[in-house]
Design a protein around this ligand. Structure first.
Ligand code: HEC
Ligand SMILES: [Cu+2]
Length: 347
């Protein structure tokens, strides 16, 4: 610690050091010839050529990067004036198609047995109706129905449709989103799917017509689907009354056909009536709280309607007076449940 011995630590001072003379060093050790700035003409020309070339190379490099960045930008977000040309838009569309086709498969597996393979209705209400798809079947409503179940629709606690989304149902939120994407898929969206009728691969397209405009005369879709049947049923119920008062006098000895409906099905699939004679149908609806009727259509149940009976809520019995039918084959159907059908022959 100390340089010189002393009587006490406080008296020990640093020893003086001799002055150091600065050492002179030549900074450059290369020979002076290399440190001359003089240029030969040849060398100067070479330098000019070289720097010109490297500026050119740098310019090319920078422009290449600039063009690349620009092209890549448009490749990602789309070229101006070329619709849907961007990679991001395309991959977004691919994702939508993936969702829709998965939703389509979920629909065929879980929903088609009640709502029909084409959404035409059956045990459950029609879903592919443009008026419904316009506003009634909006994503939030569909989400609620699938979360809560059929009771959300008309407040019927005994609705036939269960809840579908977890935790009450079997499907997770992703599957529900895919189902909603399918139900609302526009008609111009097509994808590879399996035709439920043939089991063959087929081009499937959505139901919703994006260009559909509500006709001015259209009545809005009621919140509860059975209300849609209430209106026509009240109007015809007024007209059958006068004809009903006339019919019994006409056909007291006439034919009376008995049909009943239970568990969303008719008990018979074939009826025979005399041609050219009015007859009566005694219709019993055994499904509590579920509306049914009998309607007669030309040729087949999907043909043009010839006569439509009043829709009645079960459990009840109603006697319909049916006007005379020309000889031929007809279909009978429940207007509310298009999968309740049968054949009627007049001869
Ligand atoms: C067991 C038959 C059945 C199955 C399976 C079924 N539904 Fe339903 N669905 C119904 C019935 C019945 C109603 C009417 C609810 C009510 O009023 O009680 C309904 C109502 C609906 C509604 C409301 C319709 C409207 O007009 O407001 C939607 C949407 C719906 N179902 C979608 C689906 C989807 C999607 C699936 C498949 C995951 C499905 N349903 C499976 C029977 C079924
Ligand atoms: Cu019915």
């Amino acid at each position: 610690m100390t340089d010189l011995p002393g009587p006490g630590p406080e008296e020990r001072l640093p020893a003086p050091r001799p002055d150091l003379a600065p050492v002179r060093v030549d900074r450059l050790s290369s020979p002076p010839s290399t440190r001359r700035f003089g240029l030969t003409g040849e060398r100067a020309a070479q330098i000019v050529r070289q720097s010109g070339a490297s500026r050119w190379a740098a310019f090319l490099g920078v422009s290449f990067v600039a063009i690349f960045v620009l092209v890549y930008y448009f490749y990602e977000v789309g070229f101006p004036a070329v619709a849907d040309s961007g990679r991001m838009v395309k991959s977004q569309q691919d994702q939508i198609v993936t969702d829709v086709s998965r939703g389509y498969r979920l629909y065929q597996a879980n929903c088609a047995r009640c709502h029909g393979e084409q959404g035409q209705g059956g045990i459950g209400p029609i879903l592919n109706d443009q008026m419904k798809l316009l506003a009634h079947l909006n994503p939030q409503y569909l989400k609620n129905v699938l979360q809560v179940g059929g009771r959300y629709v008309c407040g019927d606690a005994n609705s036939l449709m269960p809840a579908w989304e977890q935790p009450l149902g079997p499907l997770n939120y992703q599957e529900v989103n895919e189902l909603i994407a399918w139900l609302r898929a526009p008609t111009d969206l097509t994808f590879e799917g399996v035709d439920p009728a043939t089991g063959e691969p087929a081009e499937i397209s959505g139901w919703r017509d994006a260009n559909f405009v509500q006709p001015p005369t259209a009545t809005p879709v009621p919140a509860c689907w059975t209300d849609a049947f209430a209106q026509p049923s009240t109007a015809p119920s007024a007209s059958p009354a006068p004809s009903g008062s006339a019919a019994p006098s006409e056909a007291p000895a006439g034919t009376v056909i008995k049909i009943s409906a239970q568990n969303i099905a008719f008990d018979i699939s074939e009826i025979e009536v005399p041609a050219g004679q009015p007859f009566q149908i005694e219709f019993t609806n055994n499904d509590a709280g579920i509306p049914h009727n009998v309607a007669i259509h030309e040729g087949s149940p999907t043909g043009p309607a010839v006569w439509t009976g009043e829709i009645v809520n079960g459990v009840t019995t109603i006697t319909y007076d049916v006007p005379a039918l020309p000889a031929g084959t007809y279909g009978f159907i429940c207007t509310v449940h298009p999968n309740m059908t049968g054949t009627l022959t007049a001869k």
